[in-house]
Design a protein around this ligand. Structure first.
Ligand SMILES: C[S@@+](CC[C@H](N)C(=O)[O-])C[C@H]1O[C@@H](n2cnc3c(N)ncnc32)[C@H](O)[C@@H]1O
Ligand code: SF4
Length: 416
């Protein structure tokens, strides 16, 4: 009951993020003086895939070489505008879509990043099918520290149900083996609570992951947008959040041996490693590319999703921002709390340094409530999500991302 209530509250809060303004003044995005030790991360979206998975809510289009080449050049233009405004970055996250889909353009873009910034870490998403020994070598030489493979499941029947008709579990294993030991971190994404997925099938996915000794796994609860949900339900069976807890319990009962620990409530790693969720580590971030979002100085910005509109903005030397929302102080701090709890802990001293006030002055009610339901444990230095709280935070995050997926669906359908 408590996870459902917490999820409901997050859904209600998250909906506010969907009330966006079309009054966009991109000149508001200026770099501010960063506090000592403060970093901004850059997310770079490559929205092309060789086939489109029916459950996926990200902004993605069928691969077309000509469009992809033009897109990489527009991406560089967008980056240049941020550079002109004084932004600098050291951590980079390529996401998609399928960022490795056009390797010559990708490598040239990475070379450009290195020319312009003190690059420390680069994380790269791709699918197992894209992996070849040559691509592994090129990514290694380009200094990629973390590679993340969208496996979804090792079970062929599940992959077929997911619409990933060209993938097989055997191929995924072969491709993972090619990457293991070649990067600081190899992550695989696995989905849980898909219609027809049984706990037994999911347990087998976790077992294969552990047997292979992979560095990191990110488990995504299925989060379809409203239309994708209806389409999946017409094709398969009900998308039932009521089944989700069983899957999540399975994760917690299986994952904590062999040295895995929680990096977020969805991501488990051997030791301390770079994770996908830049929102956990950085208060503010910039996203470039069609359909990316940014959070800067308390303002949430949404880029154009349409490839044509994205290109038009840049042709006119404007940032390709289509919508914005000015977060109230309360919304900003709640978002901050949710993302930190997603990363399993909130550091009280870090909060004080960042916002010049005690955390209880801004988030006292929320923290007391989380303590009252037994979701977090407080020490002198931090507020930590305990084992009971992990599922509560997972449900809250699922609801938050489901809201974001609704925003993506509306934006794609209206081609903003
Ligand atoms: C944007 S994809 C990029 C990875 C790569 N394109 C692939 O699919 O192999 C990142 C991850 O998001 C997850 N994902 C996509 N759509 C989702 C949805 N509707 N619900 C839950 N997870 C989803 C998948 O696990 C996927 O691997
Ligand atoms: S899940 Fe990955 S491969 Fe499938 S459509 Fe989404 S981004 Fe593309």
């Amino acid at each position: 009951m408590i996870p459902e209530i917490a999820g409901y509250i997050t859904k209600r809060e998250g909906r506010k993020f969907l009330k966006l303004s079309e009054q966009v003044d991109d000149s508001l995005i200026t770099s501010r003086i960063l506090r000592p030790g403060e970093q901004l991360s850059l997310y770079i979206h490559i929205p092309f895939c060789r086939s489109l998975c029916p459950f996926c809510c990200f902004n993605r289009y069928l691969f077309n070489a000509e469009k992809a080449r033009a897109y990489f050049s527009q991406l560089r233009h967008e980056l240049d505008i941020y550079i002109q405004r004084g932004f600098t970055f050291s951590e980079f996250y390529f996401g998609g879509g399928t960022p490795t889909i056009m390797m010559d353009e990708l490598l040239s873009f990475i070379a450009y990043l290195k020319q312009k910034f003190p690059v420390r870490n680069i994380s790269m998403e791709t699918t197992p099918q894209e992996i070849t020994p040559e691509i592994v070598k090129s990514l290694q030489t380009a200094g990629i520290k973390r590679i993340s493979l969208g496996v979804q499941s090792f079970d062929d029947e599940m992959l077929k149900s997911m619409g990933r008709v060209l993938s097989t579990g055997t191929e995924a294993r072969q491709k993972i083996k090619m990457t293991l030991g070649q990067f600081e971190t190899v992550n695989v994404d696995l989905i849980f609570n898909f219609p027809f997925q049984t706990p037994e099938k999911f347990a087998s996915d976790i077992r294969i992951f552990k047997e292979m000794g992979i560095d990191q796994v990110t488990f995504y609860p299925l989060m379809p947008s409203p239309h994708k949900k209806s389409a999946m339900e017409r094709r398969f069976a009900r998308v039932d959040n009521g089944r989700e807890k069983r899957f999540y319990k399975l994760i917690l009962s299986e994952i904590f041996d062999q040295g895995y620990q929680a990096s977020t409530v969805w991501c488990f790693s051997k030791g301390t490693r770079m994770i996908d969720e830049y929102i956990v580590d950085y208060a503010d971030y910039i996203g470039i590319g069609a359909g990316s979002v940014s959070l800067v100085n308390g303002i949430f910005y949404v880029n154009s999703f349409s490839l044509d509109k994205y290109a038009d903005h840049l042709q006119n030397n404007r940032l390709p921002i289509a919508r914005r929302r000015d977060l109230s102080e309360k919304e900003y701090f709640r978002y901050y709390l949710l993302t930190k709890l997603f990363g399993t802990r909130v550091n009280k001293e870090q909060f004080k340094q960042q916002f010049d006030t005690e955390i209880y002055n801004k988030l006292g009610m929320e923290i007391r409530l989380l303590k009252a339901v037994g979701a977090v444990t407080e020490t002198e230095s931090e507020i930590r999500v305990n084992r009971r709280g992990m599922y509560i935070i997972s449900v809250m995050m699922r609801e938050f991302f489901a809201g974001l997926n609704t925003l993506r669906e509306i934006s794609i359908e209206n081609q903003i």
